[in-house]
Write a protein that binds this ligand. Structure first.
Ligand SMILES: C[S@@+](CC[C@H](N)C(=O)[O-])C[C@H]1O[C@@H](n2cnc3c(N)ncnc32)[C@H](O)[C@@H]1O
Ligand code: SF4
Length: 357
């Protein structure tokens, strides 16, 4: 069976004003973290090696070369792809060489914006100033790497966004996320919303797509763009309705072959003290929701006969929405021009599941 392994490192130097991920800003408790990972490994019935390994966060590079090297020593080696997320300010030759020595073949760099004003707004001024040197070091060593950007920030000019995209398009892979406002964050509590309105968001998203595609990075998922062969094999599991992966670390979750979700505690201290994961068997409605929301985000869309076999159901398109979709070779996908609307479109099809006779 093909499976992946995700490990969530729950520490950052500080919390960015938009970020609601599970993390602490205290010093990493590396020994305790590794002990919990070892316990999971010993208790697991995993067979063979994962095809993909993804160490994300939080900020994995906050562990430094020594901590990351020790974590990679504990984890099983992946056969196909091993990715580690890095913040630019942590990148130096020792860190990157340690990763290479431990079988890492892909890194993902969280830049967010090269533009000083936008980066400052996002609380990431230091990432912006350290990113160019980090990119230079990374591109000398790694064939495959990715860069994260955020767009749709109030005050981010069209020119600044375009320049961000042009600089980012030197990477073989780019993830570009529209700023979302999460309630339990500094931005969520701010009196003035730092995200742009939906019309401006759409203009910015269209700029993201046209600029990256013109530079040779094809959109293979709503927020993800890659040169041929550089798509993230690990992340593809999340969008595949029957993707299987194991998730370890606070707030991580995994999915078993029978669809059961394995959900780790999102309380960092409780996780470090051995809190066990909870299991959640998905209801048929959950499966249908997941299948639509995840599958429709991708260029390939949904395999309808596989969906019928698994759920005994396929969506009937309301005629008013038909223009947003393409049926081809037994697959249903969202037209490229409508991908910006995918969440609303998927939600409408979920309604048709709920009202099926
Ligand atoms: C959780 S972070 C981990 C990577 C790394 N710590 C960093 O900050 O670059 C993964 C990515 O999620 C994105 N992200 C997190 N919160 C977001 C939000 N509220 N809106 C848009 N993008 C967000 C950022 O682009 C970030 O690079
Ligand atoms: S965006 Fe990255 S660095 Fe900032 S708080 Fe979230 S995980 Fe940490």
């Amino acid at each position: 069976m093909s499976w992946g392994l995700y490990v969530h490192v729950p520490w950052c130097r500080f919390r960015c004003p938009y970020c609601a991920f599970v993390l602490q800003t205290s010093a990493p408790q590396v020994d305790t973290f590794l002990e919990q990972i070892r316990l999971r490994l010993a208790a697991s019935d995993l067979v063979g090696s994962p095809e993909t390994l993804y160490i994300g966060g939080g900020t994995p590079s906050r562990l430094g070369p020594d901590g990351l090297g020790r974590l990679l020593d504990v984890l099983p080696r992946a056969t196909d792809e091993t990715t580690v997320e890095l913040n630019p300010e942590d990148v130096d030759d020792v860190l990157l060489d340690t990763l290479l020595d431990h079988g890492v073949d892909r890194v993902s760099l969280g830049v967010q914006s090269f533009d000083p004003a936008t980066a400052r707004r996002l609380g990431r001024a230091r990432s912006a100033t350290t990113a160019p040197a980090a990119i230079e070091r990374i591109s000398r060593r790694f064939r495959s790497w990715s860069l994260d950007l955020i767009f749709g920030v109030d005050g981010q000019t069209p020119d600044a966004l375009k320049r961000d995209l042009e600089r980012a398009s030197l990477a073989p892979h780019v993830s570009a996320y529209g700023l979302t406002i999460e309630t339990e964050t500094r931005f969520g509590r701010a009196r003035r919303n730092p995200a742009v309105d939906p019309d401006a968001w759409r203009v910015a998203y269209d700029t993201v797509v046209s600029t990256l595609e013109a530079a040779g990075l094809a959109r293979y998922e709503v927020s993800n763009f890659a040169r041929h062969g550089h798509e993230s094999r690990h992340n593809r599991r999340y969008w595949h309705p029957r993707g299987v992966w194991v998730g370890w670390g606070p707030g991580a979750h995994g999915r078993r072959a029978d669809g059961t979700l394995v959900i780790e505690s999102d309380d960092v201290e409780a996780w470090l003290n051995g809190a066990p994961p909870t299991l959640e068997a998905p209801t048929p409605e959950h499966l249908a929701t997941d299948w639509l929301h995840a599958g429709l985000r991708t260029r390939e869309g949904i395999d309808l006969s596989a969906m019928r076999r698994a759920l005994g159901w396929t969506p009937t398109l309301p005629s008013a929405l038909a223009d947003h979709f393409v049926y081809a070779d037994g697959r249903l996908s969202v037209r490229p021009e409508s991908l910006a609307l995918v969440d609303g479109l998927a939600a409408r099809l979920v309604l048709s599941y709920n009202s099926r006779s």
